[in-house]
Ligand binder design. Sequence first.
Ligand SMILES: [Zn+2]
Length: 400
Amino acid sequence: MQVHIASTLERPDCSSCGSAARIKQTMRRRLVDLPSFGRPVVTVWRQVRWHCPAPVCSAGSWMQTDDRIVIGNRGITDRAARWACEQVGRHGRSVTEVAADLGCDWHTVNRAAIAYGLALVDDPDRIGPVTTLGLDETAFVRLGKFRHRLWSTQLVGDGQLLDVVQGRDAAPACAWLAARPETWKAGIEWVTLDLSGSYRAVADTMLPDAAQVADPFHVVRVANERLDEVRRRVQNETLGHRGRKTDPLYRTRRLLVMADERLDDNARERRRGLLAAGDPKGQVADAWTAKEAVREIYRIGDPDLALQWVTELADTLDDRFYSPEIRRLGRTLRRWGPQIAAWHASRASNGPVEAVNNLAKRIKRVAFGITNWTHWRVRVLLYAGRPDWTKLATITPAAP
Ligand SMILES: [Zn+2]
């Protein structure tokens, strides 16, 4: 379907000499527009090329512009570009899908979504005061023959994705925080961390007055990772090969990581039986007990008791009697003891961990396969960064 339009703007004056401009030429500029009656629409704008008639003037000719129709040299009308930005950014639809609605190519939609979206995500009002700041990493894409991973650091404030910075080292997150006003940083009471040293360095240097909290999800995950390592090592030592479907230890891998209270008596019995068959020295059973003891930390209500528990657990596990994986878990607990126990004092203000984890999952799904950093940043912030969508109608898109 085609719609033919012409601009109603007044005839302009030449910007260098002030003479009334004359029409040099009328073009038919084709612009992707909003679908109508379920069909893609192309708007054909009779766009004028003006010229200055004054013989002594050097202005020459110039194209008519009308921001109500289209901004810049896009192939899509302003209203369709704003609509595309909302479809892709707010509703998390794929660019391909939106391009199909509009009957145009991928690039036209993507360019519009990024340009209008950038204006929304860089709106200074988007980020308000924050009391709990979380730092977490995501591999946002795998590239090339070796599936090389590109990392992104998420900065989450009270459940809102504030921003993402490239990589997972301390420097980019430090730079981001350095650019924030001092008063904003002073309002942060808690910093939640996964168990990585680089984010701890960010908190140490940039937010020295905030209390550090180890994220419970990551603490339990570390315990599960050590358990998994022990299981695979014992498997290899006893049977001389990697886990196969019929091996008792391989069959127990899910039962081991599941929370004990979620298993029924049958499943517990099966776990005991499989361990008796595949774990002659009881090393896997020890690692399982250690993992459950770590989970126990979060059943304690009192912060002082929690710290005592973590400290004792660290000493118990870091013992010659245990296998190296378990001892390593003990050292991790010792290194992060105060941060782990700080969760008990902070949890009132700490957003539910699941919400943040689901956020990360949604981000990956929405941005699947994106390799361009700016595209990734704009897409995830439009989706999970709570931009003010009421401003979409009036913002000025970023160039290009
Ligand atoms: Zn002129």
